[in-house]
Design a binder for this molecule. Structure first.
Ligand SMILES: *Cc1c(COP(=O)(O)O)cnc(C)c1O
Length: 386
């Protein structure tokens, strides 16, 4: 099997696994129990991880809150602000190409009387600035736009959007789950107030993540969604997932050394794969040309049903769209939002490359995709003739 679904999740780096192991056994202490050494050791390790996470994105350690992943970070950011802010702004601005962890919250908030407005995107999935300048206004509480798309890989110009929000006095949140560890990100260059991270998207463990909060939890009107032992500045109660957080820290540390190496590796493999497919098939590549994640390829092969293609390539692990929407019969909401017809959307699949893919794997994958697509096209034309 060749794993090509690194947008859905990545394998845990063996160095991450190794860093976590002591925290299941010998160093099992509760970081809140600092009266004894077990607790203090755990607490020290957590604070070291907090520092490593903050360094990767140019933040301060106190600006990092550990969570169970990007879904929870997104929920704390958006609903925490909605419940915590005392002004009467009722407008939330987002895009139609966000992850469900954003879109389904917006749906719920719209039932509670919030005005949800979607920024238009062009055919490359880029937010249109002129519209953003008109839509983001003095009634806007929050603007939330993903850093990069989990389907088509498009990277948004977050700093420009954040400055429009700032000018209008609105908060700006970005879901950076796909971008962290793949491209260089700095919260100060981006100018964001809130940023969501998930460890399992960049070779860390599942079920752990972080939320960056500018100035720290006490400097922003964010209300906790759950109550308990007041961990994480009382914003996210519950005993910390110590091994997970250590793993997240290690994943960040590895990226701080290896990001450029990974970038070069996956973009070379991606460009090779796209080149091979273009030579033999009628393909188009979706998403932005320049501002695209280095590991992403959203590919449309004219006339080839993507589900059928994937089913006929059991040795390749890839998907038609995001893990959270695949299984649904509806074509991807992202492909619809960039104006793709239903037919072409059904001809589209997503490849997500990762640190552990090799040139040999990608040569094999290209060969399998070309052979299978060619066979499906042949069967289809035969069916039309008879
Ligand atoms: C994977 C993903 C999420 C969800 O992250 P979890 O840590 O699995 O909750 C949210 N947003 C984007 C863009 C993602 O790719």
């Amino acid at each position: 099997m060749i794993y090509l679904d690194n947008h859905a999740t990545t394998p845990c780096d063996p160095r991450v696994v190794e860093s976590m192991l002591p925290y299941f056994s010998t160093a099992f202490g509760n970081p809140a129990s600092t009266i004894h050494k077990f607790g203090r050791d755990a607490d020290n390790a957590i604070e070291k991880a907090r520092k490593t996470v903050s360094l990767l994105i140019g933040a301060q350690p106190r600006e990092i809150v550990f969570t169970s992943g990007a879904t929870e970070s997104n929920n704390i950011a958006i609903q925490g602000l909605v419940h915590g802010s005392k002004n009467n702004r009722k407008k939330i601005v987002t895009t139609a190409i966000e992850h469900k962890a954003i879109l389904n919250q917006c749906k719920a908030l719209s039932k509670q009387g919030y005005d949800i407005v979607f920024l238009p995107v062009n055919r490359y999935g880029e937010v249109e600035f002129e519209a953003a300048e008109k839509i983001i206004d003095e009634k806007t509480l929050l603007v939330t736009v993903q850093t990069a798309s989990n389907e088509i890989g498009t990277i948004q110009d977050i700093s420009n959007l954040a400055s429009i929000a700032q000018r209008e006095g609105a908060f700006f949140h970005t879901d950076a789950a796909q971008a962290i560890g793949k491209i260089v990100l700095n919260v100060n260059d981006l100018g964001v107030d809130l940023l969501s991270i998930s460890a399992h998207k960049f070779y860390g463990p599942k079920g752990v993540g972080a939320l960056f909060i500018r100035g720290g939890p006490y400097s922003m009107p964010i209300e906790a969604l759950t109550y308990g032992g007041e961990q994480e500045s009382n914003l996210r109660s519950g005993t910390l997932n110590v091994p997970g957080i250590i793993g997240l820290g290690k994943a960040c540390e590895l990226c701080s050394y290896e990001l450029m190496k990974d970038y070069k590796h996956v973009s070379q493999l991606r460009d090779y794969l796209e080149g091979e497919l273009k030579e033999s098939l009628h393909v188009s590549i979706n998403g932005a040309f320049e501002n695209r994640l280095p590991n992403n390829s959203s590919i449309t092969i004219n006339g080839v049903d993507a589900e059928a293609l994937i089913v006929n390539m059991p040795s390749l692990a890839l998907s038609t769209g995001s893990a959270c929407t695949s299984g649904a019969l509806e074509p991807s909401h992202v492909l619809q939002a960039i104006g793709m017809s239903r037919d072409l959307a059904n001809n589209t699949f997503r490849i997500g490359l990762g640190r552990f893919n090799t040139q040999k794997e990608i040569e094999q994958a290209a060969d399998i995709i070309i052979r299978t697509a060619t066979e499906l096209l042949r069967l289809e034309s035969k069916r039309h003739k008879t």
